[in-house]
Design a binder for this molecule. Sequence first.
Ligand code: PLP
Length: 444
Amino acid sequence: MKRSYLIKPVLDDVYPVIDYGKGVYLFDMDGKKYLDAASGAVTANIGHGEPEIIEAMNQQARRVSFVYRSQFTSEAAESLAKKIADMTPGDLNWSFFVNSGSEATETAMKIAIQYWQEKGIQTKTKVLSRWVSYHGITLGALSMSGHTGRRARFVPLLEDFPVINPPYCYRCPYQLEAPSCQYACARELETAIQRIGADKIAAFIAEPVIGAAGGAIAPPEDYFKVIKQICDTHEILFIADEVMTGSGRTGEMLACTHWEITPDIVTLGKGMGAGYAPIAAAVASEKVMEPILAGTKQVMSGHTLSANPQSCAIALAVLEYIEKNKIMSQVESKGVYFKQQLEKMQSQFEFIGDIRGKGLMLGIEFVADRGTKKPYPRQALITQKMVALAKEKGLIVYPAGSGIDGVNGDSIMIAPPLTITEKEIDELIALLNETFTAFAQDFS
Ligand code: PLP
């Protein structure tokens, strides 16, 4: 008989087989229960096994599961595009549906380049970005990602798009504080544009709150206003990568709304289908679509399964569920409560250096010395140890890079389903406390 293998993230690791999920919990085949404090990868925003979503899934499957976007459209895809336009600010009215966050950022990049081409400008082809960022794993998306660890193997194939520092106030490279710093890290964009030439730059892309690469690094208050102003001055489009922060994660449909910024193009993913379907989107404004509509009338991108009716029906049901149950309005207060509990733990555990984030996207950075903020040595693999200890105790947390460079530094993210109840939050905190206690005993 032929042998068969599933290629898992770490080939010789053992992964529990999940039997089923319910709400914030997952249960494996041995009956072990896990509290999913990471929503998988900040994805299962409404928890597992929600009957309304399963019903929407079944209904669409009974109608039609697949139509090819070059031949047909579907009621599900049209309704989802309408829902996204209704839920987003400004005139972000044009949705391009794809199947993953990487495809979404790559599509956004292509739309930005095409925008300038349709206006007769062929030279604007670069999409600048920040270090300590993650925009996806495909080569275009990785070119924009300032994540040294994930770039390393493919550097010869990548563009040098990351050019500026992130707004990482915990370790400010200027050793300044906002707002008196006058957002020096944002102003690096101005210098980079002058060095490279605005005539070569199509767009600038950023995550409103840095996720996988930095562990929930939220910017200081006026950071994005400065960024947007620099982009506007130099005629550079602003792309907000809201694959992780969007769809309610920070308490708004778009995290950009917190800082009163409307991007020219936005990407959604992860929580958009909440794990019930692989779906993501690049959403463009009227301004961006205008020259394309007046020109070739075709966005040069697309995948066989783009705008898949099944995925679209599911994402629509997810967004309707979030709206109907007023889930976003509870995110901020839950996040504040979480932060308070984490801060209590900080006084108990010396290795908690920084607690940060926005809404229900929270980060905890671990340090060897809280006074000097000295990170642990890389080979100590602190994040991996913390994640493994938590998992042993039935708690899933998200391993993130710290804001240092995508290789060094240790942080985890706490990003449970937005539907988590007060009682479940307390259970999560208790499990986290147990994890930190075990860590303090074993490794400190
Ligand atoms: N953009 C951001 C901000 C992300 O966090 C991710 C994934 O972590 C991506 C893009 C890529 O999404 P996907 O893994 O669905 O390709």
